[in-house]
Design a protein around this ligand. Structure first.
Ligand SMILES: [Mg+2]
Length: 380
């Protein structure tokens, strides 16, 4: 079998798909996207197309080496996302060729359903009490919010207190049986987050995510030592070498993104590497249904999967729903998604719908840009 084509489909600045086709008629799909950088990722994928056409698609690790290492330069979000989508498509293709789900190719399933979490709504996901109440009624057992921003280098007592009070209110709403997590989103300084964690500790957050920006990974041990709150990070780390620093620093939860961190091939290795540090994985997924299905294939294959992020919108008329022939396989029941049993990724793409949704003209930014009161740049 040989690869005969690699096609890209940019739907918007947060949604892009790739299709890898073969001379045997079987094809695979992936989601090679970095939010805000769809067209840049597309160019990287099209360059990699030249390395793939004519190759045997079943030799995934060999092709992964060529894509991830063959250009001499390596690592980072653009290469990582481009290779990730192609790697997903190769795994999808292989699973479809063999008639098995990807987790079967990774050793079989370790669980029957996967716990998923939702965001708590509100402006910039700061947590809306009504939405949080509704999510608990719907059966979610973990809900995540974020401290509103922009944040100062050191928060004023008012800003710090307002967020802690809000978290306490949500904690009362959900009760002790439901987990509440916080995504600091790299908005805080090292000293600022250590002070915040001290205030939050009695309220027992499930975890605090990205307490530091990725360039400060070497300092995350200081944060871990300062608190009993489990620390999560990893959505802006792209390979197992970058994860080594944070795993050795004592984080509790690693959050590789299988659409950014070199695909299923590398994220399976990161999960295995995490297990030897007693670290669980919670794959990062603010993207579309192909990316979510990829995360779930990993979750079903690795023992140390803790919870799955999900922002896929399956409401009637949404892009995410329209591009799938079988959106029902991603339905959340009692806060869980059932094991995906179909071949490959387990989600089937409606190719006509994808082609009809391809973006025309300039793309809107995929994420907001923030500025502080004095006009200086602020972390989103
Ligand atoms: Mg995050």
């Amino acid at each position: 079998m040989k690869i005969v084509d690699v096609e890209t489909f940019v739907l918007n600045n947060r949604r892009m798909l790739v299709k890898v086709s073969t001379d045997e008629g079987v094809a695979g799909w992936g989601e090679p996207i970095l939010e805000n950088w769809a067209l840049t990722c597309e160019q990287a994928v099209l360059r990699m197309r030249e390395l793939l056409v004519g190759q045997d698609p079943l030799q995934i690790t060999r092709l992964w080496q060529i894509l991830a290492r063959g250009g001499f330069y390596r690592g980072g979000p653009i290469f990582g996302s481009a290779v990730a989508g192609l790697d997903q498509a190769l795994w999808d293709l292989k699973g479809r060729w063999l008639g098995v789900p990807i987790h079967d190719l990774l050793g079989g399933t370790v669980r029957d359903r996967m716990r998923v979490y939702a965001h708590g709504g509100g402006e910039f996901r700061a947590g809306d009490p009504e939405r949080v109440r509704a999510l608990v009624v719907d059966g979610y057992t973990l809900i995540k919010i974020a401290p509103p921003g922009p944040r100062g280098f050191i928060d004023t007592p008012a800003a710090l207190g307002a967020f802690v009070d809000q978290f306490a209110e949500l904690r009362d709403i959900v009760g002790p049986e439901v987990d509440l997590a916080i995504d600091a989103h790299g908005r805080l300084s090292i000293s600022g987050v250590i002070r915040l964690l001290a205030e939050l500790e009695p309220l027992r957050p499930a975890f605090v995510e990205e307490p530091l920006r990725p360039e400060h990974s070497a300092r995350i041990a200081d944060v871990v030592r300062s608190t009993s709150v489990p620390i999560a990070t990893g959505e802006r780390l792209f390979d197992r070498y970058e994860f080594r620093t944070v795993l050795e620093s004592g984080i509790a939860i690693a959050q590789p993104d299988p659409s950014h961190a070199f695909g299923i091939t590398e994220c399976f290795r990161i999960a295995t590497q995490a297990e030897i540090y007693d670290v669980q994985i919670a794959p990062h997924c603010p993207l579309g249904p192909v990316s979510l299905a990829t995360c779930l294939q990993l979750d079903f294959a690795v023992p140390n999967a803790y919870v799955q992020e999900m922002t896929v919108d399956l409401s009637e008329g949404s892009i995410d729903r329209d591009i799938l022939l079988n959106p029902e396989v991603l339905d959340v029941v009692d806060g869980h998604i059932a094991r995906l049993t179909g071949p490959g990724l387990g989600v089937d793409i409606d190719e006509d719908a994808v082609r009809s949704r391809v973006a025309a003209g300039a793309l809107d930014p995929g994420s907001p840009m923030w500025f502080a009161a004095d006009g200086s740049f602020a972390e989103w």
